[in-house]
Each structure stands twice: as C-alpha cells, then as structure tokens.
Ligand binder design. Structure first.
Ligand code: FAQ
Length: 336
C-alpha cells in the first residue's frame, strides 16, 4: 500500500510536507544507512530527489567554474614571456577545459543534459566561482592564480575525492592531481620572479598577490553560519569539510608559502594564534563577495559574453558532428 498521492496539507509549515509512502521512507532509511556506512552511491542507485538536485547544482557550478576559469589565464597565452611559460600555460588552460568536461559528464549521469546546464550558465541562472570575475592585469596574475586560486581549489577539492557520489568522486581524483601541478607551476613562476627578477617584476608579483588574496579567501563560500547548503551536504557526505575550516587550512598553508616567496599577504590582522594553533585573519568583505555573485563583479558580463560567443561560434561544429553521426548511423543501418 502506497500513500504518496495523499494530500495532507495542513496549516503549519511542518504539516505542509507531503506524507512519504512507506516504500519511500524505507528507501530513504536504506540510503541514509549507506551514507552512514561510508558507501559510495552510483548513478543507477536510488537516491532522494534533493540529493540529486544538490549534486547537479554543485557539480554543474563546479564545471562552469572550470570553463569560465579558462578565460582569465587564456588572456595571457599569446603574451607569455617565454616559450616554456607559454607551453605550461597552454597545458594548464587545456586541463581546466578537460576538468569542465569530466564534471559535465558526472552531472549528466544524474539526468541533466549538458545543453540544459550550459543554457543555465549562458542565461545567468547558474553560478560559477566568484574568483573568475576578477581581471588578469599583468603576467604575475597568472602566477598568483596558480599559487592562490589553484591552491584554494585543491584545498576545497581534495575532500571531494571522498564525496558520496562516486562519479563525482572519481572525476575529482584526476582533477586534483592536475590541480596540484597547476598550483606548483604558479608558485614556481612567482618564485622565479621574486628570486631572479628586477625590482619592477618583484613589485608586480606583490601587486598581483595584493589583488588576488582576498578573492581567494572568499572562494570557499560564505561563513558556515550563513551557508544554507552546508548542513545537508555534510550530512550526505557531499561536502566533507566546512567552508570555514577549509578557509582556515588555506590561510595557514599560504602564510608559510608567502614567507618562502618573500611576499606580504595584504592583511594587517593576520597573525599566529598560539591558543588556536591557527592564524587569525582580518574581516572578509562579504558585501563584495555577494555583489560579485549577483553578477556585478569587475568582469561578470565580459565572462558570460565570452562563453555565449564561444557557444554561438561553435554551432557549426555541433551541427557538423550531428550530421556526421546521422550519416554513420544510416550507413550502419544499410549495411545491417
Ligand atoms: N562563488 O551554502 P553554500 C577552480 C554560492 S574550480 C560563487 O556554502 P555550497 C579550478 C553557493 O553556490 C572553483 N558562488 O554553498 C580552477 C550557494 O548558492 P546556490 C570552483 C558561491 O554549495 C582554478 C550560496 O553561495 N570549485 O577554481 C561561492 O554548500 C584556476 C551559498 O553557499 C567548486 O565549485 C563562490 N566562491 O558550498 C579553474 C568546488 N561560494 O547554489 C581555472 C565544488 C558559495 O545555493 C583556474 N563546490 N557560493 O544558489 C563546492 O565545494 C561548494 O559548492 C562551495 C559552496 C564550497 C563552492
């Protein structure tokens, strides 16, 4: 006997929740038990609707971040200072494109098509990381993105390798390996300028760090007590470590790396707290963060316009690929 069609709307908000059928309750209990056991969920396994939607939201936003994230650094490919730096940057930007593709594929396993996800991006309905709405003004910005942005990305993404949704977790293992190379190349590029560069080059590095520091600290998302999705995502093992904990780990690691580089992090309140065994840091400008997410950062419009143009310019490729696939199918049918 199933009761999911019963309308039980009452006066109180709690009563307004539709009554779950016995079968639904059993499936949910079994699902929760699997999550508690640390089991991985595969695409064909039963999952609650909200779990599916949460994953599509997060994975598609993550995929969008990767492909929008190609733009700020892509801006410097033709102006890289040496052939070696150009080759490294080309490989890195291509890697980010690849990450986007793995992630779109992982999201597609949940029943949402890539076209739907891209439509949401192009029409401003989908989010992507706030960090990619800042401009890359000098060559040092490319190094700062590698060091700080990829550094923050790894800190956030390593725990996702243990995400309860297996296709996402598997994609993240490969992505993290590549991100770690990205972080190191950025650090090494800045270190070269700081150790062997002219005074002007050293000043350029410091200026890039001054501009990228706070947006990188914001990348981890709002504070835990203002993060509407965290509690449920942690419960489901989608997120393993909270926004604030990851931010703290990032700050602690970056302080030591900044010493090696010889740069100053632009935060006068940054200091070691013996009691907490962590660095304290200054207040984050959350107004700036929400403003960027709302579409009003320095480059939001430019980024979306570039993605829409790439989509429009690529129409003939998609049409040609479809025509080719249809022809092949036709030939296959005729031969059978
Ligand atoms: N930017 O409740 P929470 C990379 C939104 S990849 C924009 O805490 P959640 C590689 C959030 O979506 C970087 N929006 O949300 C690379 C939510 O809005 P919604 C991307 C943000 O999901 C490097 C609302 O605020 N990485 O860098 C941001 O539990 C170099 C409330 O927030 C990932 O996507 C933000 N920074 O936690 C590429 C990793 N933060 O959806 C090229 C996977 C929060 O309810 C070059 N994602 N929001 O409308 C995650 O781990 C999580 O989704 C968080 C947010 C931690 C980003």
């Amino acid at each position: 006997m199933y009761t999911q069609a019963m309308d039980t709307l009452g006066k109180d908000a709690e009563d307004r929740k539709p009554v779950r059928s016995a079968e639904q309750a059993m499936l949910e209990a079994r699902f929760d038990a699997r999550i508690d056991d640390g089991a991985f969920i595969e695409a064909k396994d039963w999952m609650p609707d909200h779990y599916r939607k949460t994953l599509v939201r997060q994975i598609s936003q993550h995929a969008h971040s990767e492909i929008v994230g190609m733009l700020p650094e892509g801006n410097w490919i033709s102006r890289a200072p040496t052939l070696k730096r150009k080759a490294i940057l080309l490989a890195k930007v291509q890697d980010e494109g690849g990450h986007g593709l793995y992630l779109y594929a992982a999201a597609e396993t949940l029943g949402t098509s890539r076209d739907e996800m891209l439509y949401a991006l192009h029409t401003g309905k989908a989010k992507y990381s706030s960090i990619f709405n800042y401009p890359t003004l000098t060559w040092a910005d490319v190094g700062a993105i590698g060091w700080l942005v990829d550094g923050a990305a790894i800190m956030n993404q390593v725990p996702i390798c243990r995400c309860s949704y297996a296709p996402y977790a598997r994609a993240m293992v490969r992505i993290c390996r590549e991100e770690s190379f990205h972080q190191r190349q950025g650090f090494e590029s800045l270190l070269t300028m700081m150790q062997h560069g002219t005074e002007a080059q050293k000043a350029m590095v410091q200026d890039a760090v001054d501009r990228w520091w706070w947006p990188s600290v914001m990348m981890f998302g709002p504070p835990d007590d203002q993060s509407p999705n965290s509690a449920q995502s942690m419960r489901w093992g989608i997120k393993r470590i909270s926004n604030d904990e990851l931010r703290q780990k990032f700050v602690d690691a970056a302080v030591e790396q900044a010493k090696v580089l010889g740069v100053t992090l632009p935060d006068p309140d940054l200091k070691w707290n013996e009691e907490r065994q962590h660095h304290d840091f200054g207040a984050i400008d959350w107004d700036e963060f929400w403003n960027v997410i709302a579409g009003n950062g320095p480059c939001n419009r430019e980024r979306i316009a570039a993605r829409v143009k790439a989509w429009d310019d690529g129409a003939w490729v998609r049409e040609a690929a479809l025509a080719h696939a249809e022809k092949q199918q036709q030939r296959f049918k005729e031969a059978a």
